[in-house]
Design a protein around this ligand. Structure first.
Ligand SMILES: [Zn+2]
Length: 351
């Protein structure tokens, strides 16, 4: 069905800036200001981080309004069509993970490649249409990133590894789906599930923390990150680190992190996590021993001020509801007490 006249139809799940780029390069369309459709968001400094405007999901920007005028579409309809309900949207400059098969399908169907909204979440790991892990765009993401990514995959020789064997990818997708399903209903099914949902999302960030001179990388980043790990500046605060770290994590670390949390929060039954561990062993991929996971994983070393922040960030929750998480946190409490960064304060409990 044609939604808009005189401009290309948006692809299912396409972002606004991607669609505008395709409109700007469409020969079928008479457009007065093609350059006005190319998203070049402004940015400002916010503490130690750069904060970009969001040309994809913020309908209150001047860009959104001007672009709708140029292509002569109804703003209300565009706002509904391009909205994205995801609590973990990554910011503009970190939207760089994509599915190569989706882009190939676009070209096969005779259109310029399109960037998908689902790739813009820090919980995004696989393309659920093609059952493949997302791939990273090289270079800075811009308004033409879907096209840039397509050019990249045309010139790229992929190196096969056991991580990408079809059988292993499919197994990971089964676990990923289970966790995503749980996350999609978690917060809406009662108070305790709301707490568990919050815990998952916050621990997800803590486990993916970026390493700095002063702080260790989060445990999921330490275990699963591929390649060299760059240390970040100590100028970013613990809070800024947690804001940024999950956005610039790669699918492999995201998935490993989800598995650790799935086990700790008992979203994945032990019998299933043992099956996963056996597969990892067979594929020669590291995964910590599921039976003693509480003793293998840890929070990084932090100072008193960071501890106070972490305590507030995780909030209050009844630890006894999650025995494995409780056992893990008891070890962290002991460590932090021995290190002198807290005195008798327990994570998850009030003072
Ligand atoms: Zn795909």
């Amino acid at each position: 069905m044609k939604i808009f006249f005189n401009v290309p139809n948006p692809v299912d799940d396409e972002t606004f800036s991607s669609w505008l780029f395709r409109c700007s390069s469409s020969r079928l369309t008479v457009i007065s200001d093609r350059g006005g459709l190319l998203a070049r968001p402004d940015w400002t400094w916010s503490g130690g981080l750069i904060k970009f405007d969001d040309p994809d999901f913020d309908v209150n920007t001047e860009f959104f309004n001007r672009a709708c005028d140029i292509v002569r579409i109804d703003k209300h309809l565009a706002a509904i069509l391009f909205q994205f309900h995801d609590k973990e949207v990554v910011s503009w400059e970190h939207r760089c993970w994509f599915c190569p098969e989706c882009l190939r399908d676009d070209v096969k169907e005779g259109r310029t490649p399109a960037w998908r909204k689902t790739w813009c979440s820090s919980h995004s790991v696989f393309c659920m249409i093609h059952k493949v892990e997302l791939v990273k765009l090289k270079g800075r993401p811009s308004y033409s990133k879907a096209w840039d990514a397509y050019v990249q995959i045309c010139n790229q020789n992929l190196i096969a590894s056991t991580w990408s064997t079809e059988r292993f990818v499919r197994l990971r997708i089964i676990f990923f789906n289970r966790i995503k399903r749980w996350l999609s209903v978690g917060a809406d099914s009662g108070e305790i599930n709301e707490i568990q949902d919050r815990l998952f999302r916050r621990l997800f960030r803590v486990f993916l923390q970026l390493p700095t001179q002063r702080r260790d990388a989060g445990i999921a980043r330490t275990f699963f990150h591929q390649g060299r790990m760059k240390k970040h500046t100590d100028l970013i605060t613990f809070k800024e680190n947690l804001h940024l770290c999950h956005q610039i994590s790669e699918p492999r670390s995201r998935f490993g992190c989800m598995m650790l949390l799935g086990i700790l929060l008992e979203i994945i039954p032990q019998i299933d996590s043992l099956i996963f561990q056996r597969y990892c062993e067979a594929e020669k991929v590291y995964f910590p021993d599921v039976l003693g996971i509480e003793n293998t994983i840890y929070f990084g070393a932090i100072n008193r001020e960071d501890y106070k922040f972490l305590h507030g960030y995780l909030g209050l929750f009844p630890r006894r509801n999650w025995p494995r998480l409780d056992a893990f946190l008891t070890q962290q409490d002991d460590r932090y007490q021995r290190a002198g960064v807290c005195s008798g304060m327990m994570l998850g409990e009030s003072l």
